[in-house]
Design a protein around this ligand. Structure first.
Ligand SMILES: [Zn+2]
Length: 638
């Protein structure tokens, strides 16, 4: 999953789940559960579904998926699961929710009944935040994760209960999915029966303004497709060089991972301003949601550039190779996030490297991204009380927090700091092997294990990661990585940047990414100067121990005036610049929940933005890392 371009997410479902042991009433039935999904009301935010479930008489408990793969938390949207009615032979079957496990429904199947029918609705009313349970429909499109409308017998492994799904679309809509169609019946498409884990792994993207674009057409097998649905027809007009870059991504990923673990791959790409913005990985597809104008706005294109490479990488790292603690048998068993710094951190590293190798970002843009990300991790006071390991262990708490005081709480830092650590590992392997080996070799061996395979899960433990690294370049990787994960050092591990021939420095020149975020969010990033950032003239967050923090600023305050004048973003930039040649503090009037106060910030060093600066005395390993492995160099397009 990737969420760093999204805002704060809605609090998820209850965090404390008790294991509910199943009743044996439902047989390991060979017959599939029929699941008919009706999207004709998706434009008004309600999805209908009808399930036909083979059963045996006696007590029965059905459960609603709680722990959603890739979301690393019990985020199944049970709060929006409604309209639940069970019938058998035309008679209503009463049900009771478990009084501890909110995701479980108990009932008794009468004698003689072998088929239970269930009517369910999913209320797609969430705000445009969150992940797959966030806003997912509008008048012209819908993204549906099947777990939103699925029930299955408690205690059943998700690989052992089969579903026969179908979907009915509004007139004129088309769809993309990794599921295999067996034919259409009017506006209803039927799919091959699949186990529940495959069903939940195969979302549907449907829309009125929809286009399927073949990628890397020279690759005969497996086939790759970009399935795009958008708010309006104008948003669908990707340029030829943009499509070529996505084709390069397919080719570069194949070269890096030396394998495919899917029969075909569909990027389900939603360009919309009314859905939650994030990415969620699957074996044979990814749910990738970005701003409607991503291909019409250079700032949005830059910000969103790394999303598809990240989610695509997950097909190898996260879906195929998966930490044992996250490879649970069904959606009710809690997951353990201890190795998310491999699952997400390594994906962040290779995803961003592939973004540059495929030409979606130029090398300079990659360095600007890395500079901003490294600077963020280097200004993270919370690292003195909380190790990076603890952010992974507590992942299920951190995805749903507010972003306010994130620098003190720490957030899902195993993405950005994981990226720094894996860059360090890559440069160390290159140095240890005198240029003969790199992390590319680790990728080929660890993620490409078994060569081309159908979708499968090959779990691993920390020891397996260390052993595979030592196989590529002998070293005490366990000691090194444990040191990085348990560190309480006040600064981020920047050795990878140094080993790569660059140094993180600050200047008054805008960072490309910081500038793009400022434009998108209508705000100012004064994080590395005054110590706060704004969006829509409100203080989004304040850096602990910065000049702004010492002056009393806090998140949520609204900046009303700057040095006696009505506040604007331009005025704030100017005030920081002008203070460089002044002895007076910058004076703000801020509003805090209808109360006003004057805040004086004594700061005189001008604007500061991070950049990577080339160090001539060390080899430019980072430049080597970004060179395409398979495709010829592509021209810069952003
Ligand atoms: Zn991810």
């Amino acid at each position: 999953m990737r969420s760093k371009t999204a805002g704060p997410v809605k609090a998820g479902a209850g965090l404390f789940l008790f294991f509910f042991l199943s009743f044996p009433a439902l047989a390991q039935s060979v017959a599939a559960i029929k699941l008919e999904l009706d999207l004709t009301d998706a434009p008004r935010k309600i999805l209908h579904a009808h399930l036909v479930i083979p059963v045996q008489p006696g007590p029965l408990t059905l459960v609603y998926p709680a722990w959603i793969p890739g979301e690393h938390s019990p985020s199944g949207p049970i709060d929006n699961f409604a309209g639940l009615v069970f019938t058998a032979n035309g008679r209503n079957i009463p049900w009771q929710r478990d009084d501890v496990n909110m995701f479980a429904f108990h009932m008794t199947v009468p004698d003689g009944v072998t088929v239970l029918e269930a009517g369910v609705d999913f209320l797609a009313t969430a705000a445009a935040t969150g992940f797959s349970a966030g806003a997912s429909t509008n008048p012209n499109l819908a993204v549906v994760a099947w777990n939103e409308v699925a029930l299955y017998p408690a205690g059943t492994p998700a690989g052992e209960v089969k579903f026969a799904p179908s979907v009915k679309l509004p007139d004129g809509w088309k769809l993309g999915t990794a599921l295999a169609s067996t034919g259409a019946d009017g506006t209803t498409t039927h799919f091959e029966s699949v186990p529940l884990d495959t069903l939940v792994d195969s979302p549907i993207l449907a829309g009125r303004f929809f286009k399927e674009i073949p990628l890397a057409p020279n690759i005969i097998s497996p086939k790759h497709f970009l399935d795009v649905a958008a708010d309006g027809p104008e948003d669908l007009n990707l340029k030829d060089d943009e499509i070529s870059q996505f084709s390069n991504l397919v080719v570069e990923a194949g070269a890096l991972y030396q394998s495919h673990h899917y029969n075909h791959y569909n990027f389900l790409f939603t360009l919309s301003d009314s859905v939650a913005h994030f990415g969620l990985e699957h074996h044979q597809s990814s749910d990738d949601r970005v701003d409607a104008r991503t291909f019409l706005d250079d700032d949005l294109k830059l910000i969103n550039g790394g999303l598809l490479p990240h989610e695509f990488t997950h097909s190898w790292n996260g879906k195929y190779r998966r930490p044992a603690g996250l490879a649970t048998p069904n959606f009710q068993q809690p997951m353990k996030g201890e190795l998310l710094w491999v699952y997400e951190g390594l994906t962040e590293y290779f995803g961003d490297v592939l973004t540059a190798r495929s030409g979606i970002w130029s090398a300079e843009q990659y360095r600007e991204m890395l500079a901003l990300s490294a600077a963020e991790m280097d200004h993270r006071p919370g690292r003195t009380w909380r190790s990076l390991q603890d952010t992974a262990t507590a992942a299920q708490l951190l995805y749903s927090t507010s972003s306010e005081w994130d620098n003190w709480r720490r957030s899902v830092d195993y993405y950005a700091e994981g990226e720094l650590i894996w860059l360090e590992v890559d440069t160390m392997i290159r140095t240890l092997s005198k240029g003969k080996r790199s992390l590319n070799d680790f990728a080929g061996r660890f993620l490409g294990k078994g060569g081309d395979t159908p979708p499968a899960v090959v779990p691993y433990e920390f020891a397996d990661v260390c052993a595979q690294l030592s196989d590529v370049a002998p070293f005490d990787w366990r000691h090194f990585l444990e040191g990085r994960m348990s560190s309480k050092a006040p600064h981020a591990p920047l050795n990878g940047i140094a080993n790569g021939g660059y140094k993180l420095e600050y200047s008054d020149q805008a960072n490309d990414f910081a500038h793009a975020f400022e434009t998108r969010d209508h705000g100012v990033n004064a994080w590395y100067s005054l110590g706060f950032r704004t969006a829509d003239e409100a203080v989004r967050d304040v850096l602990v121990d910065s000049p702004a923090y010492k002056a009393g600023l806090g998140p949520g305050m609204k900046v009303v005036a700057i040095n006696g004048r009505k506040a604007t973003d331009e005025l704030l930039h100017n005030a920081i610049r002008d203070a460089k040649t002044s002895k007076e503090p910058i004076e703000l009037i801020v509003e805090n929940a209808n109360f006003f106060k004057v805040v004086k910030i004594d700061y005189h060093e001008g604007e500061r933005y991070p950049h990577l600066v080339r160090q001539a005395n060390t080899p430019a390993l980072l430049d080597e890392i970004l060179k395409p492995m398979a495709t010829p160099p592509v021209k810069k397009s952003i």
